[in-house]
Design a protein around this ligand. Structure first.
Ligand SMILES: Cc1ncc(COP(=O)(O)O)c(C=O)c1O
Length: 351
């Protein structure tokens, strides 16, 4: 068995309750392509959360969810405005652009937290809106929590939603870690999205205990008109849909998803608290979800990575990123912190 790590919430295994749900739904045959009873039930679950006036679809992965969402919202001469570090702009190998034809326009985000600021979007609209030489702005997309692990407040989301609609734009949220944001804000999914004016939400499952699978939720159901065809074009139409749906049913039942997110968020906080006073460690973000950033002496990084693997975020600053998964325990965190303390104290003594 591989050791646990602080590399990514994609490194963790599958929550046992989700695995059970997969095993249970694996009996017999079921209609394909979403016509099965599990998919119907999962859609009902989402409707219980968000209200019946939504359109829900299920996809294989986060890149697919974002791509299908954006494809449903745009035409090829449009652009999607997002913070420059947005996953759609940096880590999806241009998938949204390939399938939509749209430019992703990365706007410089806030230095702290990586949040989008509407003033900066306004400046961009001035030069692009109505200009025959620019892709026409159509969507504002943000990630909640941000790639830097900050969580937009309800007020901030509302401000972006209002700004988008005042400027004839649509509003998309990449919620690959939406459970972590919900736990952090301590509000319901509907209150933090639909009620604030979000048009389309990519709703993540994989990073919070599922084996695979994400949902896309259209609050603006007009936009979902052709989504089935977009999904097929983007190769995201899952024939054995029951396996994604059954996982979502389990994740949404008995608040399993929220419990998982609470665990990963709490462990991130504990990790930050446990290492903050170690000489040589400089914390660089306020921990609001399940991601922790810190600057470490360069030479200790490979030694620590041997114990628990994690990624270097910024080589120049020697800044690392630790991500906690739902299955990280206090013992894992304390052990990691202790190892770090030992290595750094030894280094200090030797200096
Ligand atoms: C914020 C965010 N959005 C989307 C994705 C894409 O997910 P996937 O790797 O399943 O395509 C990721 C993956 O790490 C992510 O962090």
């Amino acid at each position: 068995m591989d050791k646990k790590s602080f590399a990514s919430d994609n490194y963790s295994g599958v929550d046992p309750e989700i695995m059970n749900a997969l095993i249970k739904c694996n009996i017999g045959h079921a209609k394909a392509y979403g016509e099965d009873r599990y998919t119907k039930k999962a859609i009902e679950k989402f409707k219980e959360i968000f209200g019946s006036d939504i359109y829900v679809d299920f996809l294989y992965n986060g890149t697919g969810a974002n791509t299908v969402a954006l494809a449903a919202m745009t035409e090829s001469f449009h652009s999607v405005i997002c913070p420059e570090q947005a996953h759609i702009n940096t880590y999806e190998v241009g998938a949204p652009t390939k399938f939509t034809g749209c430019s992703m326009v990365g706007i410089k985000a806030c230095d702290v937290g990586g949040k989008l600021k509407v003033e900066r979007v306004r400046d961009y609209l001035k030069i692009s809106m109505g200009s025959m030489h620019h892709s026409q702005p159509r969507v504002i997309s943000i990630t909640q929590p941000t790639e830097i692990g900050a969580v937009y407040t309800l007020k901030e989301i509302k401000e972006i939603a209002d700004f988008a609609h005042e400027n004839d734009l649509l509003f998309h949220i990449d919620g690959a870690r939406i459970f972590n944001a919900a736990d952090s804000l301590n509000v319901g999914f509907k209150e933090m999205t639909k009620d604030l004016g979000v048009d389309v939400l990519s709703f993540g499952g994989t990073k919070n205990g599922m084996m695979f699978g994400e949902a896309v939720i259209f609050f603006n159901t007009e936009l979902a008109k052709n989504v089935t065809y977009r999904k097929k074009q983007c190769t995201q139409l899952n024939s054995k849909m029951r396996y994604i749906a059954a996982q979502f049913i389990a994740l949404l039942e008995n608040e399993l998803g929220l419990k998982n997110a609470r665990q990963s968020n709490n462990m991130a906080k504990l990790l930050a608290e446990s290492v903050a006073d170690i000489p040589g460690v400089k914390m660089t973000n306020k921990v609001e979800a399940n991601t922790v950033y810190a600057i470490l002496p360069k030479e200790i990084i490979p030694i620590l990575q041997e114990k628990y693997f994690f990624y270097v975020w910024d080589v120049v600053r020697s800044e690392v990123r630790w991500v906690t998964s739902f299955d990280i325990t206090k013992e894992d965190v304390f052990d990691f912190a202790q190892q770090m303390r030992k290595i750094l104290t030894k280094k200090q003594k030797a200096a």
